[in-house]
Design a protein around this ligand. Sequence first.
Ligand code: ADP
Length: 362
Amino acid sequence: QPGLGKNRRFTPPDKSNEGPWNPGKSIVNSMGGSAQKGGKENEYNFLKVDENGIPDERYQTLDPRMVEIIESEILESRHRIVWNDIAGLESAKKTINELITLPLKRPDIFKGIRAPPKGVLLFGPPGTGKTMIGKAIASETNFTFFNISASALTSKWVGEGEKLVKTLFKLSVIHQPSVIFIDEIDSLLCSRSDNENEAGRKIKTEFMVHLGGAGTDDDDKVLIIGATNRPFELDDAIRRRLEKRLYIPLPCMEGRRQFIERIIETETENMKVDINTQRIEEIATSTKGYSGADLKSLFKESAMIPIRELMSNHSIEDVSADALRPVVAEDILNSMKFTPPSVNQDDLSRYLDWNKKFGSYQ
Ligand code: ADP
């Protein structure tokens, strides 16, 4: 029997033994098409048939193929991100904690006027941790996390986007409490109409209906988080429905320092690094304007320098890992010339302007 629906039953993810988040295995990447999903086919599935195959009636009206796509590509259970994994952004984290995390944890206290918003927009330059924040909210609250990239909806599942969105919202109610994280929400819900085709319009309408609260009750615990690097392109109606709009800025000096320390601590296994606290401070000062993602690229580039040096007169097969010299602060500072920050001053002013006009927190 082909239908998954009747025989599927939701088993909450066992998050107790999970290791740190591994971006290489992220569903977002697999959906964006730029990176491969790692591991076995069913690695992210947590809609399991229990051993007795107890039917769940709620699936009866859902398209099994859509459920399958969502289970394998949109539902995430692997990675646990805690607030501490996110460097800097102290004020954003505090706001989110008060506004979303605490109310989700204690709905009995945060009722009525204290109830959390149903829709939140995280906006700001690319690579600043918006996706990480979405994941942290889900894992701090133990909510089911649906992670969808809007561009995948229009490119990867051409012609099925509308059905997928419909199923996604239904599943989010079945598996509540849940978070639906929509990356690149601008590409789906932009105000430009010139490049809109029929399929795009239908997806947009479907989203609007759900963002407006149709299909969910007031008591349903489904939080929609949209993330965008291009808030200026959002449709007015969407903007209004994502009632809290929070600016996620580039990291400040302290954020950069924390992030650099973290890269050295967690991402330089099996390689030598010789950068002391004072030099970390110096790098943090020099990299004003770099996003978290930019800093990571900078370190990646710098980590190649000792290898390139040795390879100038050895072939890689003959190079012993021990012979590689440590990565030093100069490598990072020199690499800045070749890996500049990705966000320029004009972009930053646009974000600040938009925040002034539409942001919920100044
Ligand atoms: P965004 O969604 O804002 O474009 P992401 O959350 O996907 O950015 O971050 C991209 C990568 O950059 C992450 O995988 C992480 O390694 C790094 N990063 C960016 N900002 C931070 C941060 N504040 N703390 C820790 N890592 C960060």
